[in-house]
Design a protein around this ligand. Structure first.
Ligand code: IPM
Ligand code: MN
Length: 415
């Protein structure tokens, strides 16, 4: 099992002058370009990040995120130690299981866990032949469980440069900025009983249980209300209370909690209506709080507002130990190995790791600004084309982000 990260050798070309640098080098560089600012005066802070690239395009986009972290960290006096571990299809192929013990151990010992993607790969285009406990997705479900993360934050933020990349009209998507908070540790994904059986007619059946306890709703609800207090003060809780008992309890608990937050404006919306409203008038949302399975579906719908799933990062938080950060896309075997994957969700996930995991806002902002700048320069991957844009591959996009980080973003943008 490799522990030292080989991501440097992954093929991203860093111009020699952009190699992550020491404080001394940075101050020399800032004299030269007059732009780089480094706030490091004391010895560097250190963090250990467990990096689980996973499979498929996870192995292509993860190095971009890691290099962005490394460079932005070095500019702000932070050293990262990256421990690369196996998960998903890659773990299954190498060790026979999708979530090896070593991966769990390294994850628990880290300051934050970064996971690229899991799913089917070119080598294994279907995992239907595998028993359920060996499927690649099990790696993802297990790590979420093991870290005890129960709130999944999926920001739906539209970059102004990408307005033409969405399949929706500019008037609908412009200035959209909301946060989906998906419950991540319960509901239909984990409820018991579940399984297969035979009904009274002798037919085969398959069944799962949607079940929520009051404490499960409360803990994720609190994250939503706290976040709304930091944003525009609105929570829209999405359920299917007209039909499902689990939703009735959900709605009741969220309503009780709202009494603690008189400044927050709480509304409830049925899940089918919300699917429609996300497309009709997404600007109405600030914090959208919902269950595990509804959040899974609605976040893919909402991703299209931003240009597509290649733009959607996520943070899985709330656990007692290290938190988990994962771009939302699957492993996309159809484009694996072609260097066309969009690394922006992966890099935006690194931003979330810094912001919500390590609370290193200055580094987060640096990377965010670099992404903004790279888009300003006209670089796009092929999934987010806009008129007149330069369509580049995953590696090139990564190089441009590093260039923006190092030389192009003026320091006045950093605040
Ligand atoms: C997601 C994914 C996962 C989920 C799958 C891969 C298990 O679709 O993160 O949205 O359903 O949670
Ligand atoms: Mn999903």
């Amino acid at each position: 099992m490799s522990t030292a990260l080989q991501i440097h050798a992954s093929g991203i070309k860093l111009p020699v002058s952009l190699i992550p640098c020491t404080t001394k080098q940075i101050s020399r560089a800032s004299k030269r370009v007059g732009r780089i600012r480094c706030s490091a005066t004391t010895p560097n802070k250190k963090y250990t990040i467990a990096v689980l690239p996973g499979d498929g395009i996870g192995t292509e986009v993860t190095p971009v995120a890691v290099e962005a972290l490394r460079l932005a960290g070095s500019l702000e006096g932070i050293d990262f130690e990256f421990k690369e571990m196996l998960v998903g299809g890659a773990a299954y192929e190498a060790t026979g299981v999708p979530f090896p013990e070593e991966t769990l151990k390294a994850s628990l010992e880290s300051d934050a866990v970064y996971l690229g993607a899991v799913g089917i790969t070119k080598k294994m285009p279907s995992s239907d032949h595998l028993p359920k406990h060996l499927r690649p997705e099990v790696g993802l479900m297990r790590i979420r469980r093991a870290l005890g993360v129960y709130a999944n934050l999926r920001p739906i933020t539209v970059f102004p440069q990408l307005l033409e990349a969405s399949s929706l009209k500019r008037s609908v998507t412009e200035e959209v900025d909301f946060m989906i908070i998906r419950e991540l540790a319960g509901g239909l994904y984990y409820g018991k009983p579940r399984g297969f059986g035979i009904n009274e007619k002798g037919e085969e059946t398959g069944f799962c249980t949607e079940i929520y306890s009051s404490s499960e709703v409360d803990r994720v609800g609190r994250i939503a209300f706290d976040m709304a207090m930091e944003r525009r003060g609105k929570v829209c809780s999405v359920d299917k209370a007209t039909v499902l008992e689990s939703s009735r309890l959900w709605r009741k608990r969220v309503t009780i909690m709202s009494e603690e937050y008189p400044e927050v404006d709480l509304s409830h919306m049925l899940v089918d209506t919300s699917a429609m409203e996300l497309i009709r008038y997404p600007k109405q949302f600030d914090v959208l709080l919902t269950t595990n399975v509804f959040g899974d579906i609605l976040s893919d719908v909402a991703a299209m507002i931003t240009g597509g799933i290649g733009m959607l990062p996520s943070a899985c938080i709330g656990g007692p130990g290290p938190q988990l950060f994962e771009p939302v896309h699957g492993s996309a075997p159809d484009i694996e190995g072609e260097d066309v994957a969009n690394p922006l969700a992966a890099v935006l996930t690194a931003v979330m790791l810094l912001r919500y995991g390590l609370k290193e806002e200055a580094v987060a902002k640096r990377i965010e600004n670099a992404i903004f700048d790279t888009l300003n320069e006209g670089f796009r991957t092929r999934d987010i084309p806009t008129p007149g844009a330069k369509i580049v591959g995953c590696k090139k996009m990564g190089e441009e982000i590093l260039k923006s980080l190092y030389v192009r973003v003026p320091s006045y943008q950093l605040n």
